[in-house]
Design a protein around this ligand. Structure first.
Ligand code: NZQ
Ligand code: ZN
Length: 392
């Protein structure tokens, strides 16, 4: 196991009705004037917006609002949010929604206290030195932004989607009420589940040895998702299944499953080019790419794929042909994704073969390789994209 530091100070308030504690938590973490940030309207439809507004009003906490965050959040609204926070002297951002809303809130939080262009953080030109505190009320189990130090934004000028990271962006508190996720359309539920599983895979597929504790934590999260996702697809209102998935989504990405090892992240970076260019739902893009990434690397470096097959998918080991065991595991993963309605090819997500060169250039942007489990060169990335034209 490698040396590591781990600092994850988010306060979680989990369970039915937890959003009623929003005002109390804002106060506890020092907020006196709030920006309530949200997406395209699902929180108005579900009544969450009214409940949160009432809760703030009853507590006498002044607030301004900014809605309109789109999935794959854009830079334009972030600039608007920064201006609003400065003008209104906002000192706390409350994000009510999914990963897109939370990521947009994180960008506003860092940008408000920075004199330059906030995109500097995403272009790797500057590191975040300070940020407004944020709290979240999560409405979709997927991105894990409620417990992560990460934010991903698409630059509208260039259509490039990039991430930034700082422990200063970890939410002060996150309210996780699984009931709020019951209104999700089936496709978003499935895409969210896929994203959760692949956050674990990005950590699991590592060449760092002697990481039994984090391997076993990863396997626990994956097995839980394999059990709970079909349950929730069949019964969208199943509270217990929603609850398990919601906490799995947090565990998958606050890095408790990933410390002490070199992680991969090739699938995510390959996918981000798709969601930037075609506005694909992130989890659906991952459903196309990750099995193909697995199929591409399995012969070069099968050892973790064998473990994935045996321990996660319960494939009996084939001692003489371990790579066959690995392949059975990949096939089981694909069957699972198919069962929950995820896409498998470019065609299903509206991606085009003609853009492969451009996406690869943007992805590598001067770097020689992508990923760590197997270091992918430019021609490897191209082959993975090309295999996605036909799909798995
Ligand atoms: O905008 P609204 O109207 O709220 O609708 C959203 C949106 O259309 C809808 N939705 C959310 N909760 C709902 C609901 N609809 C009905 N009922 C509810 N309870 O679902 C759609 C998707 O929402 P979004 O926030 O985009 O989903 P997700 O949480 O999957 O976030 C995706 C974004 O997170 C980034 C992705 O790249 C993508 O931009 N990621 C962020 C990470 C991080 N910060 O750590 C890591 C991830 O790997 C990921 O890259
Ligand atoms: Zn993800």
């Amino acid at each position: 196991m490698d040396n590591f530091t781990f600092y994850a100070p988010t306060y979680f308030d989990f369970g039915k009705g937890a959003e009623q504690h929003a005002a109390e938590l804002v106060r506890r973490f020092g907020g006196s004037k709030v920006l309530l940030h949200y997406g395209g309207g699902s929180i108005k439809k579900s009544g969450l917006y009214d409940r949160v507004a009432e809760c703030l009003e009853q507590a006498g906490i002044p607030y301004v609002t900014l809605g309109g965050v789109k999935p794959n959040p854009r830079s334009g609204l972030v600039y608007e949010g920064i201006e609003l926070c400065r003008r209104e002297k906002v000192d706390f951002i409350l994000a009510a929604g999914g990963g897109s809303t939370i990521d947009s809130a994180k960008a506003i939080a860092a940008g408000t206290l920075y004199s330059g262009d906030f995109m500097d953080f995403y272009r790797g030109k500057k590191t975040i030195q300070q940020a407004l505190p944020i709290g979240t009320i999560l409405t979709i189990a997927a991105a894990g932004s409620e417990g992560s130090p990460n934010t991903v934004i698409t630059d509208e000028a260039t259509q490039i989607k990039k991430g930034a990271r700082s422990d200063l962006l970890r939410p002060k508190f996150s309210i996780l009420n699984p009931e709020l996720t019951c209104t999700l359309p089936p496709y978003q539920t499935a895409a969210g589940a896929t994203d959760i599983m692949i956050h674990v895979c990005e950590r699991y597929f590592s060449n760092t040895e002697e990481v039994e504790i984090t391997d076993r934590l990863c396997e626990a999260v994956l097995k839980t998702m394999i059990h709970e996702t079909p349950r929730v697809m069949a019964e969208p209102g199943n509270y217990e299944a929603r609850a398990n998935i919601m906490w799995a989504g947090m565990l998958a990405h606050n890095n408790i499953c990933g410390v002490g090892r070199i992680q991969d992240w090739a699938s995510h970076h390959i996918e981000h080019e798709l969601s930037a260019l075609y506005d694909v739902t992130h989890g659906a893009g991952l459903a196309v790419i990750t099995p193909l990434w697995m199929r591409y690397v399995w012969k070069t470096n099968p050892h973790k794929l064998v473990m994935f097959a045996e321990r996660v998918w319960d494939i009996p080991p084939d001692e003489e042909h371990p790579e066959e065991t690995a392949l059975r595991g990949i096939e089981r993963f694909e069957a699972f994704l198919r069962q929950i309605g995820m896409p498998s090819s470019f065609k299903e997500i509206g991606a085009r073969k003609e853009d492969i060169g451009r996406m690869t250039d943007q992805l590598l942007a001067g770097r020689e390789t992508e990923g760590n489990y197997v270091k992918l060169k430019r021609e490897d990335v191209i082959q993975i994209y090309e295999s996605a034209v036909k799909g798995w």
